[in-house]
Ligand binder design. Structure first.
Ligand code: ATP
Length: 508
């Protein structure tokens, strides 16, 4: 482990130069390649080439800021900020913040910047501590560091012994960004199940869920008041015409007495406002989809298309831990395996789940790994971030525990296949908006016809057989045809693959 030693006047320039080359291989190899190109092609040609590259980069940024930022902007920013924002005033700021130490020879030891990683909003500076320092020294200086580097806020994390990361928040786009509720689409043909808007990302792009392929099940983690409900209501709003038409059916478990979802009960297919009823609802859900699986399997149907006969069955569970950990044992023991089964077996027959939890620990949500899409809102503890989003996501910049209380609805989304988390925010649905949604979805009377109340069996008692789920006269409903096969061929697949991301190195 090497620590920068200030006052080492006796270091020869050659040794210093070699150390710089070895310490900054990318910068030195770029300089080497640039010099070789000038030597080979001539200065004039190279100036033209650089001019064209700059022009292309500027045009790319103007035309599509998010992709430019993802593939080039963050790397350039990390490189620039490392040298200009952090390295240049480093010694001055470390000294001013009392973050240097002295060795036995009286030489000043200064912590060293080993890398900078940038997202749109946060910079992460990797630091090798000087001998004699502890992370607490940086924690005590946190406000001074934020002030010195002109950051909105700062955070210190121990990465491994001797090495820590300083996170500096440079901007907060959601301070000014208004996230509008999506308008209620009148017709089913206006809804694309692969692009359901539920908010915006930090670049101002739509944040959408793809319930057909990518975001089959979604886990929301967030402390109380973090705004978990806003994602669920935004999703229901996007689905409204399909709910009204009976193409999407809602099974809602709100074990906290229906506080969050009680208002919408008229538009649900099934609703449970306590844990015992929640278990009964889950049993009916699993039975329904098991029957469908057999039915479609016997008919040789291999791909699922939502229809009035086989609607998309969306199960919403607000506060999952109330069903999997905090309820009576006979409920938790029965509920958890049913949930795991529903998460793994009904992809091809239209079973989808969106669940929320305040503490995404393994004990509370043993099946959390089965959700392909996870969204972490403000969390109470740094350790919850990786528990919710997956290993290493906090180091990748998902600082969900740093989201301030006033930014309810702001979250980090992580999808299978995408390496880095995306910072997003959902719109807030007020009571009037929910009432409007319910009115819209029930206005043709289809949903209430579909509803079956689910009541809990007494402990140990056999549950009633559910009514025939298809015993509904769908033909009587006046709705537009919804042909997802057509949609699939007409539009480019929106799934993003990020296999190449491993090369997307951001450490300057
Ligand atoms: N997307 C949002 N944008 C702005 N403000 C929001 C948003 N979501 C929630 N809020 C604000 O935060 C408050 C709490 O939100 P909400 O009750 O939905 O959070 P929650 O995570 O569902 O909490 P709980 O776990 O206690 O049910 C709301 O009353 C509202 O003022």
């Amino acid at each position: 482990m090497r620590t920068t030693v200030v006052g080492a006047e006796n270091t020869s320039p050659i040794r210093w130069g070699l150390r710089q080359v070895a310490g900054h291989p990318r910068t030195s190899s770029s300089a080497l390649v640039g010099s070789a190109a000038v030597f080979w092609f001539g200065l004039h040609t190279m100036l033209w080439a650089v001019g064209i590259a700059v022009l292309a980069g500027v045009s790319w940024r103007l035309l599509d800021k998010p992709t430019f930022d993802r593939f080039a902007g963050r790397l350039l920013r990390a490189w620039w900020r490392r040298w200009w924002t952090y390295q240049r005033p480093w010694l001055r700021i470390m000294t001013a913040c009392n973050l240097t130490t002295t060795d036995h020879k009286g030489e000043t030891l200064v912590p060293r910047v080993t890398g900078v990683r940038c997202t749109w909003s946060w910079d992460t500076v990797s630091v090798r501590m000087a001998k004699g320092q502890a992370p607490e020294d940086f924690e005590q200086a946190i406000e001074r560091l934020a002030n010195a580097f002109r950051a909105r806020s700062t955070n210190v994390r121990l990465v491994k012994p001797g090495k820590l990361a300083l996170d500096f928040q440079r901007r907060e786009p959601f301070d000014e960004m208004i996230i509008p509720l999506s308008p209620l689409a009148e017709s089913t043909s206006a809804v694309d199940l692969r692009r359901l808007p539920v908010g915006m990302d930090e670049y101002g792009r739509d944040f959408t869920l793809n319930l057909l392929q990518r975001d089959l099940h979604v886990l929301l983690g967030g402390a109380t008041g973090a705004g978990k409900g806003s994602y669920m209501w935004a999703l229901l709003r996007s689905l409204a015409p399909l709910i009204r038409a009976g193409l999407v059916r809602l099974w809602v478990i709100d074990p906290k007495g229906g506080q969050e979802f009680g208002m919408g009960r008229a538009m649900y297919h099934a609703f449970a406002d306590n844990d015992a009823d929640g278990l009964a609802l889950m049993q009916t859900y699993v039975k329904t989809l098991d029957e469908r699986k057999l039915e479609l399997g016997r008919a040789g149907v291999r791909t699922f298309t939502p229809s009035r006969e086989t609607p998309l069955e969306l199960l919403i569970c607000d506060e999952l831990a109330a069903m999997t950990a905090f309820a009576s044992r006979w409920i938790t023991v029965a509920f958890a395996p049913l949930m795991s089964k529903a998460l793994t077996q009904y992809r091809s027959v239209g079973g989808r789940i969106i669940a929320a939890t305040q503490e995404p620990t393994k004990d509370n949500v043993p099946m959390r790994g089965l959700f392909p899409t996870k969204i972490a809102l403000r969390l109470d503890s740094a350790s919850y971030v990786d528990m919710c989003l997956g290993e290493g996501m906090r180091d990748m910049g998902a600082l969900a525990d740093k989201i301030p209380e006033i930014l309810a609805g702001v979250a980090y989304a992580k999808r299978d296949g995408r390496r880095e988390p995306l910072r997003v925010r959902a719109p807030y649905s007020r009571d009037e908006d929910i009432a409007e949604l319910v009115e819209f979805c029930t206005s043709v009377g289809t949903v209430t016809e579909l509803r079956r109340d689910v009541t809990a069996p007494a402990e140990g008692q056999e549950r009633d057989e559910p009514a025939d789920v298809y015993a509904i006269d769908f033909e009587a409903l006046e709705v537009d045809d919804y042909d997802t096969d057509q949609d699939q061929t007409d539009e480019v697949d929106v799934i993003e693959h990020f296999e190449g991301d491993e090369d997307d190195e951001e450490i300057a």
